[in-house]
Design a protein around this ligand. Structure first.
Ligand code: ADP
Length: 436
């Protein structure tokens, strides 16, 4: 997905979530207002009925009955001095929660139903708190006020509604956050996939070109070599012609590398011993470098590491890494191949040297094609090595100095390539698997 489209998608999701949250909060607000109005209406109706009964002479028993039936906290009468009248059905009435203003207005004939006096504090107190109070004038010879106090039991509906609305809002916010995180992760994964696809397409194009160039070079090189060999037999001084033949050989090696890079042939799997293979490569390198006294090559690993793999391909990898190491050390220093088994039945190979090591930008570009620091290098050796190891289902990388120091190649200060191979390559990459 393109970054612009991704940004738009993310913006749309966030806008959608914000608008939905706004609409939900608005609906919640309207709903709570409606429920509050209904609760107040209920208290008002009870008050009006009670006033009629009191006017007709009903007393404290009636008030405690109406209080019980409607789950009120209290129902009582106040006199003109705003003092509770009579026994009030055994209820203890806190004078602190009587609202003097509303009581005075009721004495002047104005009824009111609304939040209880000092509601902010009361609401935070324990259950049984008064949340709504009604003040009703009681007509008659003496001025009196009927007070109805409703608590959380009477107003249970809005309280429950508010609690569930808050928890739904919290769940919605969490869900929205989760959606945003999922969208962001999805976009990142899509971008990563896109990068992989581009990389694969670019790699394929480069491989096709390498194959074409190698193919086109092969035939003329063969002709040049045949001609040069013929000329060398007849020439009085064949030195120049031998130089030509050397260059032809080098170009032939180059085309072979190009072809190796271009084609991905299936592995030919058989059981092998990594330690034995390393020893063979060490011996080969020692023979090749026999003329150099200043180079010390050793093979470390005292146990056989048996696993399944393509012997020739793994040998090719080891040869490439050891040749690179010798070149990096300029032919003098220490080279060590160590082998050991892994707990899952696989094996690990380390190729370490005492050369200058690999750092910074060079390290970052290490397995990229055509990145070389050598005048006659191609920068394809490590790419081919990685392809072979990955075909085996393994991994190849360069150990960081800390890791290298803790392992057997402690003293070697240069590069340390680490290869890990599974006990058996994935079946899709193998051509033939021999029986154990
Ligand atoms: P080439 O050998 O043709 O350059 P490679 O892919 O084998 O191609 O190597 C790429 C580059 O990695 C080399 O040019 C070199 O700079 C670096 N390199 C590889 N092995 C080592 C090593 N053991 N020590 C230092 N640098 C190395």
């Amino acid at each position: 997905m393109r970054p612009r489209a991704a940004a738009w998608l993310l913006l749309s999701v966030v806008a959608f979530l914000v608008i939905s949250a706004g609409i939900s909060l608005r609906l919640l607000h309207v709903g709570l207002q409606a429920v509050n109005a209904t609760t107040e209406g209920r208290l008002r109706a009870i008050g009006q009925t009670a006033v009629q009964a009191v006017t007709r002479g009903a007393g404290a028993d009636f008030l405690s009955g109406i209080s019980r039936e409607n789950e009120l906290e209290a129902a009582y009468l106040l006199d003109a001095a705003l003092r509770p009248l009579g026994e009030q059905g055994g209820l203890s009435i806190s004078l602190l929660r009587i609202d003097p203003d509303r009581a005075q207005r009721a004495l002047q004939g104005q009824a009111s139903v609304g939040p209880a006096y000092g509601l902010e504090d009361v609401e935070r107190s324990s259950d049984g708190a008064v949340v709504l109070a009604g003040y009703f004038p009681v007509p008659g010879s003496a001025h009196r006020v009927l007070v109805l106090e409703a608590g959380s039991a009477f107003a249970a509906l809005p309280t429950r509604l508010r609690a569930s609305a808050y928890s739904s809002a919290a769940a919605a916010v969490a869900l929205a956050a989760l959606c945003v995180v999922l969208v962001v992760l999805g976009l990142r994964a899509a971008r990563h996939q896109e990068a992989l696809r581009t990389e694969a397409a670019r790699g394929q194009a480069v491989r096709e070109m390498a194959a074409m160039v190698a193919h086109e070079l092969r035939n003329p090189l063969g002709t040049i070599r045949a001609g040069a060999e013929l000329l060398a037999e007849q020439a009085a001084d064949p030195t120049l012609i031998h130089d030509i033949l050397d260059e032809v050989r080098r170009l032939n090696e180059l085309t072979t590398q190009f072809l190796n890079f271009a084609k991905e042939t299936p592995l030919s799997i058989a059981e092998l011993d990594l330690r034995e293979l390393s020893a063979e490569v060490c011996a080969h390198m020692a023979r090749q470098q026999a003329h150099v006294d200043a180079l010390h090559i050793e093979c470390v690993g005292d146990q056989a590491v048996r696993l399944y793999g393509d012997r020739d391909r793994l040998r090719q990898v080891l040869l490439n890494l050891t040749q690179n190491a010798v070149q990096a050390m300029d032919g003098r220093g220490e080279l060590r191949i160590s082998t050991h088994g892994l707990p899952d039945g696989g094996g690990e190979l380390r190729v370490a040297d005492s050369g200058p090591g690999i750092r910074g930008e060079q390290l970052r570009a290490l397995f990229m094609p055509f990145r070389t620091t050598k005048p006659t290098g191609t920068g394809l050796g490590l790419v081919v090595c990685r392809r072979i190891i990955e075909q085996h289902g393994g991994s190849i990388g360069v150990a960081t100095p800390a890791v290298a120091e803790s392992a057997a190649e402690k003293q070697l200060s240069g590069a340390c390539f680490v290869i890990r191979l599974p006990a058996r390559p994935p079946t899709s990459t193998s051509q033939a698997a021999s029986s154990a």
